[in-house]
Design a protein around this ligand. Structure first.
Ligand code: ADP
Ligand code: MG
Length: 157
């Protein structure tokens, strides 16, 4: 199946909160892709996931490194920002992380689209206003459908 859940965030903190809620449901090998223009909150979302996983190290944009690994949590967290790759991905070996036992979050996944597994969660981030963002979660595959259902339930008032 494929499900969709839309969440409106009114602050950086709200984006971090829903990300940390998602973290609680993540499983080893989970892959989350995050699309959206610069400043839409992709890295902010990743830092919320890190918080939810119990990572105390500050999450910084890995733009200049492409990949940053956080081994403090179980599962480990891998943060990929493919922006600077612009399709020159070939020999980097990123698939070993994506297919590994950690949780992988990928900003600008379109640049490494051939490395993204069929089943994953995709998040689209859009800026509505200065501090307002629309987050659209799409699940592909039953494990990700479950994630999305739990996330929606946790936010249902
Ligand atoms: N609701 C919100 N959610 C996420 N970030 C927000 C929000 N409102 C304002 N911001 C700000 O937008 C910026 C997002 O930056 P960042 O997460 O690095 O974006 P990206 O990785 O998409 O380029 C930060 O300065 C953050 O404080
Ligand atoms: Mg970023």
């Amino acid at each position: 199946m494929a499900l969709k859940y839309i969440f409106i965030s009114n602050s950086e903190e709200q984006t971090k909160k829903i990300a940390s809620q998602l973290a609680a449901y993540l499983f080893p090998g989970a892959v989350i892709t995050i699309n959206g223009p610069l400043g839409s909150g992709k890295t902010t979302f990743v830092s919320g996931v890190a918080r939810g996983l119990g990572i105390t190290e500050r999450v910084i944009s890995p733009t200049f490194n492409i990949l940053k690994c956080y081994f403090e949590s179980k599962p480990s967290m891998f943060h990929i920002d493919a922006y600077r790759l612009e399709n020159r991905m070939s020999e980097l070996g990123l698939e070993e992380f994506i297919e590994g036992e950690g949780v992988t979050l990928i900003e600008w996944p379109d640049y490494i689209i051939t490395l993204i597994p069929k089943n994953h969660m995709r998040i689209e981030m859009e800026t509505i206003h200065k501090n307002q963002r629309r987050l659209t979660f799409h699940s592909i595959g039953s494990k990700y459908d479950d994630l999305l259902i739990k996330l929606e339930a946790a936010n249902h008032v």
